[in-house]
Design a protein around this ligand. Structure first.
Ligand code: ZN
Ligand code: ZN
Length: 347
């Protein structure tokens, strides 16, 4: 914008005499003085309310000018793409591939506020967890989005753990069905929608026919037979997660038999980041999981009800190979039956 425009008297703008007189009274005479104020400061002027503020903003808009942004105001979360009370400057340590994935898939193509290459390395990228050269990136995001973004790396590690384990079994016995990662963990922006009705993995026979599928849950704690970390007393799962599995089962005709895996992923400090390691996998058939729900209740401060499941329904992953050899998945009841059993457990 030209210097001369900013130095013009505010009566150059399309403003009513009432608003002009209030601005003059506040000591604002030229356009430059006006646009150095933020909305909050304009509203602080005696006699200026929201209607007058709208008039000022519209007049400035006509000459392609804007009021200053408020340094004490709410910040825009790059993932929500709108102002949020808890938006703050957040730091992520990533490889360049993951940083552009963040920017394009999750952050409405917002460039990082700061990018600073880390010397030394390679280090574990906190998203893909591969050993790479890393940089420190900063974006304005809210607390919720920071938590979501930083949790996906653990999900990626869990998926990797499942694939590596199954491939090692297939190495020993090539007649086992092939595994397909049908719903890999991906970054998404708020409002981007999702295809949540896929199971995380499906196993297919030589003809490409889906035999059964698995939903993967990731946690820090262990079940029977593990030695690392704390032992779970009960397995906890949102009821909506169980319903999502039932929906996914119904996507194919007649339906896809489903299992649930619990992957124990632990954090190993590898400064400046963390290595995620999948140290244990447990399995249960979905029918057994629903059968072993001991209680469904609302947790404090949580909106969605959770199912508390007897941990003994889970088995160490080794026995899953025998389950598949025995075609145990053909015993899976249809989703409608499972749905009514789930409903009978609701409080
Ligand atoms: Zn990465
Ligand atoms: Zn957000």
């Amino acid at each position: 914008m030209s210097r001369s425009l900013k130095q013009k008297n505010i009566n150059y703008l399309e403003l009513g005499t009432r608003v002009l007189s209030k601005l003059y009274a506040a000591g604002i005479t030229n356009i430059d003085e006006l646009i150095s104020r933020c909305k909050r400061e304009i509203l602080f002027i005696a006699g200026i309310g929201n209607v007058s503020l709208d008039e000022i903003e519209a007049a400035l808009d006509k000459v392609s000018l804007k009021l200053e942004s408020d340094p004490y105001g709410k910040l825009v979360c790059a993932r929500h793409n709108r102002e949020r009370n808890d938006t703050r400057l957040k730091t992520f340590i990533l490889c360049s591939d993951c940083a552009s994935e963040y920017q394009i898939n999750a952050l409405h193509n917002t460039s990082p506020v700061l990018e600073m290459q880390l010397s030394g390395g390679p280090y574990h990228c906190s998203h893909c967890n591969e050993l790479r050269n890393l940089s420190m990136f900063q974006w304005y995001v809210c607390d919720v989005c920071e938590r979501v973004l930083k949790s996906i790396g653990r999900g990626i590690a869990a998926n990797k753990g499942v694939i590596e384990w199954w491939e090692s079994q297939r190495g020993l016995d090539p007649t086992l069905p092939r595994i397909v990662n049908t719903d890999p963990p991906v970054l998404r922006a708020i409002g981007a929608g999702s295809d949540e009705d896929n199971l995380d993995f499906e196993w297919v026979d030589d003809n490409g026919r889906t035999l059964f599928g698995t939903e993967v849950k990731t946690g820090r704690n262990r079940l029977i037979g593990g030695s690392i970390g704390a032992r779970m007393t009960r397995f906890q799962l949102d009821v909506s997660d169980i319903v999502a599995v039932l929906n996914a089962m119904e996507k194919d005709t007649p339906f896809t038999p489903a299992y649930l895996f619990h992957c124990q992923v632990v954090d190993l400090p590898r400064p400046p980041t963390t290595q995620f390691e999948c140290v244990g996998i447990w399995w249960t058939a979905l029918a057994d999981l629903i059968d072993n729900i001991e209680e469904i209740k609302h947790r404090p401060r949580e909106f969605r009800p959770a199912a508390y499941i007897n941990k003994d329904t889970f088995e160490i992953i080794d026995s899953f190979v025998q389950e598949i050899h025995n075609t145990g998945y053909t015993n899976c009841p249809d989703p409608a039956t499972l749905r009514s059993e789930l409903e009978s457990k609701m409080p």
